[in-house]
Design a protein around this ligand. Structure first.
Ligand code: JFZ
Length: 474
């Protein structure tokens, strides 16, 4: 269970431990940095628009690790088992040999993913083109550790086409960490590596002969392939950097310029740089020169922040990659209320699914995503393209807004059927239960402390009931 804490709850501890033993930072000097393309605020807003409106995305972690299903040599592992190679300290040759025969994607699996994403109400899908294990889903000229060589299919292409066919935006997660590449360093990066495992401590220095600059070349080549060979890519989700290995270590500015050359409208996260927001809440440290949005992981910042684009990503159980023994599922209620909470703070919610080795999304995930989707189908107007709560926290639920309208999401239905919000009337108030197609007006009254609205119990929704309110002022 220690691993779970490392990865999901206190990664800072891991970083701190590694930092203590880490030699000085290394990394190629960034001699060929090209300045970012000039972009006005209006241009940036236009580029970010679809993403800001989207509010909900589906994350998919799928690779060779899916075939291990959270077990190695008969031993079950907990936490994020897409790290199983690192958790069990497995050398690349053994890892590849064991998992290759087990990784057999079924035909049409990607269509199921895309259909589920659509039914869930997601507007975009972010899938792992390569996770830390180094296995590439795209057909890469620069390695034979890729899907084409393993299963004779370009899985990246299948996935992109399926997502597009559902009218959804395409996001690609690309790990800058690579446990397979012979030039990716084992020690001193502040990043995890399987060969840093205890069991190898008496062997000769595994970093002898590793040439970092060759790895970075390879990273640039693969990033070029995935952004050049598959049509439009909407999001690039880099993962991840430590204090010691970030920015120039990846020749990040050059890498981002390359990607933007291939995909002028692409939206990138900021994980080519060390980002305390992965664990912390301080959105004010966000810097757009390091990426377009920031990525709190497994948590929701206490408040949003004007002008900061952010996306909370979360597992559905306690792992990103598939585990056959982790049943610690979040409920549909949690998914729905998190979606509302995040929208009320002006962020996006990226919810993960870990398919099995053949690409099947487990039933426990499907049912929860479909439940979220049926709520979104009814109440999506109160989520998509809305703004953050403009009037402050309320004890009965959350608030989202758009021009002239507030959406009041009631989590805690009051016994007297009345909710109060701290705002005033701008003349006449008009409110109705969103689930009431006749829009019968709710009783509204201005009191000394704000506006009181009387709800109609027959429209109560067990997850979140929504009131539409017009004519409020704040
Ligand atoms: C990373 C991955 O390691 C993980 O497997 C998953 O893909 C997730 C979405 O991203 O998780 C992290 C990233 C950063 C830290 C810890 C875990 N960190 O900064 O300590």
């Amino acid at each position: 269970m220690k691993h779970r804490h490392y990865q999901l709850h206190t990664p800072g501890l891991l970083l701190a431990l590694v930092l203590l033993s880490a030699p000085a930072a290394f990394g190629a000097s960034d001699s060929a940095i090209k300045p970012p393309p000039p972009e006005t605020k209006a241009e940036r807003d236009a580029r970010m628009q679809w993403w800001r409106e989207a509010r909900l995305g589906m994350f998919v972690h799928w690779g060779l690790y899916s075939a291990a299903a959270g077990n190695w040599d008969g031993k079950p592992y907990g936490g994020g088992v897409e790290w199983i190679q690192q958790q069990a300290g497995v050398a690349p040759t053994e890892y590849e040999a064991k998992l290759k025969p087990l990784f057999v994607p079924k035909p049409g699996f990607a269509k199921d993913w895309a259909k589920l994403a659509k039914a869930m109400g997601a507007k975009y899908v972010v899938f792992t083109s390569k996770h830390h294990e180094g296995f590439a889903l795209h057909d890469s000229k620069y390695t034979s550790f890729d899907a084409k060589d393993f299963v004779g299919r370009d899985l990246f292409k299948e996935i992109v086409q399926a997502i597009r066919a559902e009218g959804l935006r395409v996001g690609v997660y690309h790990s800058v960490i690579d446990w397979h590449h012979p030039d990716f360093r084992v020690h001193g990066t502040g990043l995890p590596h399987p060969l840093a495992n205890e069991r190898y401590k008496d062997l000769p220095d595994p970093d002898t002969g590793r040439e970092w600059s060759r790895y970075v070349e390879f990273l640039h080549h693969q990033s070029n392939e995935i952004t050049r060979n598959y049509g439009k890519i909407d999001v690039l989700w880099w993962d991840w950097s430590s204090k010691e290995t970030e920015g120039n270590s990846w020749r990040a500015n050059e890498l981002m310029a390359l990607v933007r050359k291939n995909q002028p409208a692409i939206i990138m996260n900021n994980r080519l740089f060390y980002s305390p927001n992965v664990e912390g809440d301080n959105l004010s440290i966000f810097d757009t020169s390091k990426g377009d949005f920031t990525t709190p992981e497994q948590h929701i910042p206490a408040t949003g922040m004007n002008g900061v684009d952010w996306e909370s990503c979360m597992t559905l159980n306690d792992t990103w990659g598939y585990s056959d023994h982790d049943f610690h599922w979040k409920s549909a209620e949690t998914l729905i209320r998190n979606t509302v909470d995040i929208a009320s703070k002006g962020g996006n919610y990226l919810i993960n699914a870990g398919p099995t080795a053949d690409g099947t999304i487990p039933e426990a995930i499907r049912t929860r995503f479909l439940e979220l989707g049926s709520w979104m189908a009814k109440y999506g107007e109160a989520i998509y393209d809305t703004q953050a709560n403009p009037i402050g926290a309320v004890d009965w639920g959350r608030i989202t807004a758009r021009k002239g309208r507030l959406y009041l999401h009631v989590f805690n239905w009051p016994a007297n059927n009345q909710i109060t919000l701290p705002s005033k009337s701008s003349g006449s108030l008009n409110a109705w239960m969103m689930a009431d197609s006749r829009r019968a007006p709710l009783l509204c009254s201005e009191t000394g402390t704000g506006v009181t609205i009387t709800l109609k119990p027959q429209y109560e929704n067990p997850y979140a009931s929504v009131v539409v309110l017009e004519g409020a002022r704040w």
